[in-house]
Design a protein around this ligand. Structure first.
Ligand code: MEV
Length: 326
C-alpha cells in the first residue's frame, strides 16, 4: 500500500519574525502544493527521493547519497527527521520509501520545508494507520522544522495543516479568520534563495545588541497583526494594505529586507498596490503585494519589469490531506 499526502504553501500577511518572540502573525495558505507519497520498504532504510533532484538512503550504518551533490543529506535530513518523529511517536521500526513532489519554490519564504514536513508526517501516520488528529500532525514536524529554521515559531506547520487564513501566536490556540472578501495577492520572487535559520539568528543578534529598542519594534509588529486580523474580517483591503506597508517598514528596521525586495515592493506600490511587503524570513525570497481587485496583472508586470518573478496564487482553505494511492 502507498499513501500520498498534500499540504499547501503559505504567505505571511503580517508578523513574521515578531511571531518568534511571542507576538501574533496572520498567515494564509495558498494553492501551491507539495505531495509526499510513502510506502513500507523491504529493508530497514528510509529512502527519500525528491523532484528537487536529490535522493538518498538513511541506513542504520549512515547516509548513502543516490542522486545529488554534497548538499543532498542536508536537504533530505528534515524529511528523514519528520518520518522518524512519527516512527518513534508510534513506537514502530520499519523502512520507508518516500517520494516528494514539490510545486512550491524552495528557500524563498513560501513554507516549502514546513509543507513537506507536515505532508510527510501525515502520509507516514496514515500508512501506519495512526489516525492522527490535526494537532498531532501540526506538532510532530517540530524537530524537522527546528533543523531548518533554528528557532521556529511553528507558524508554517500550523498553516499547512489547517489551511485558510489564521491568526497564530506561539503557545496560544490558533484563530481561524473568516475573511469577507477575496484577498487579491501577487507574489514576487527575487529568485534569491536564503536560509530562514540564518535570518532568525541575525534578528536574535540584533535583539541581543539592542534589547529595549527591539522590544518596541517587536511589540509594534504584534500590534500590526492584531489590527490586520480585525480589518481582514471586516473586508477592509485599504487598511490591510496600509498595515502591510507599516509591517514592511518594521521588517526593514530589523534588517531583513534587501535592495531587491525593496525594489519589488516599490514597483508594486507604484503599480497601485494597496500595500506591499516582504513575506517570510526576508534576506531575499519573496514579497507580496495586495492588489485592488482586477489590478493583479498590472502589478505582476511591474514586478516582472523590476526584475522579479511574479507568481499567481490564491487562498486555499485546504490544509493537509491524505489518500491511499495503491
Ligand atoms: C518563517 O516562515 C517565518 C519566521 O517568522 C520564522 C518562524 O516563525 O518560524 C521568520
Amino acid at each position: 500500500m502507498s499513501v500520498t499526502a498534500s499540504a499547501p504553501a503559505k504567505v505571511i500577511l503580517t508578523g513574521e519574525h515578531f511571531v518568534v518572540y511571542g507576538e501574533p502573525a496572520v498567515v494564509m495558505a495558498i494553492n501551491r502544493m507539495v505531495y509526499v507519497s510513502v510506502e513500507e520498504a523491504s529493508d530497514s532504510a528510509i529512502t527519500i527521493s525528491s523532484t528537487l533532484g536529490v535522493a538518498g538512503s538513511f541506513k542504520p550504518a549512515g547516509f548513502v547519497p543516490l542522486v545529488g551533490d554534497l548538499k543532498t543529506e542536508k536537504i533530505l535530513n528534515p524529511i528523514y527527521i519528520a518520518a522518524k518523529s512519527v516512527l518513534s511517536f508510534l513506537g514502530k521500526r520499519c523502512g520507508l520509501n518516500i517520494k516528494v513532489d514539490s510545486k512550491i519554490p524552495s528557500s524563498v519564504g513560501l513554507g516549502s520545508s514546513g509543507a513537506i514536513a507536515v505532508a510527510t508526517v501525515a502520509a507516514v501516520g496514515a500508512l501506519l494507520k495512526a489516525d492522527f488528529s490535526r494537532e498531532e500532525i501540526a506538532g510532530l514536524p517540530y524537530e524537522a522544522e527546528k533543523y531548518v529554521h533554528v528557532k521556529p515559531s511553528g507558524i508554517d506547520q500550523m498553516i499547512c495543516t489547517y489551511g485558510g487564513v489564521i491568526k497564530f501566536s506561539k503557545d496560544k490556540e490558533i484563530s481561524r479568520l473568516l475573511t469577507k472578501v477575496d484577498i487579491p495577492l501577487v507574489i514576487g520572487n527575487t529568485g534569491m534563495q536564503r536560509t530562514t535559520g540564518n535570518l532568525v539568528s541575525a534578528v536574535k543578534a540584533k535583539h541581543d545588541a539592542y534589547p529595549i529598542l527591539m522590544e518596541q519594534i517587536i511589540k509594534s509588529g504584534g500590534c500590526v497583526s492584531n489590527e490586520a486580523a480585525e480589518v481582514l474580517q471586516n473586508g477592509d483591503l485599504d487598511r490591510l494594505g496600509d498595515l502591510m506597508n507599516i509591517n514592511h517598514g518594521l521588517l526593514s528596521a530589523i534588517g531583513v529586507s534587501t535592495e531587491s525586495l525593496d525594489r519589488l515592493v516599490n514597483a508594486a506600490r507604484n503599480a497601485h498596490a494597496l500595500g506591499a511587503k516582504l513575506t517570510g524570513a526576508g534576506g531575499g525570497g519573496c514579497m507580496i503585494a495586495l492588489s485592488p481587485p482586477g489590478n493583479e496583472d498590472v502589478i505582476a508586470s511591474a514586478i516582472d519589469k523590476a526584475g522579479g518573478m511574479p507568481l499567481k496564487a490564491k487562498q486555499t482553505n485546504d490544509g493537509v490531506k491524505t489518500w491511499v494511492t495503491k
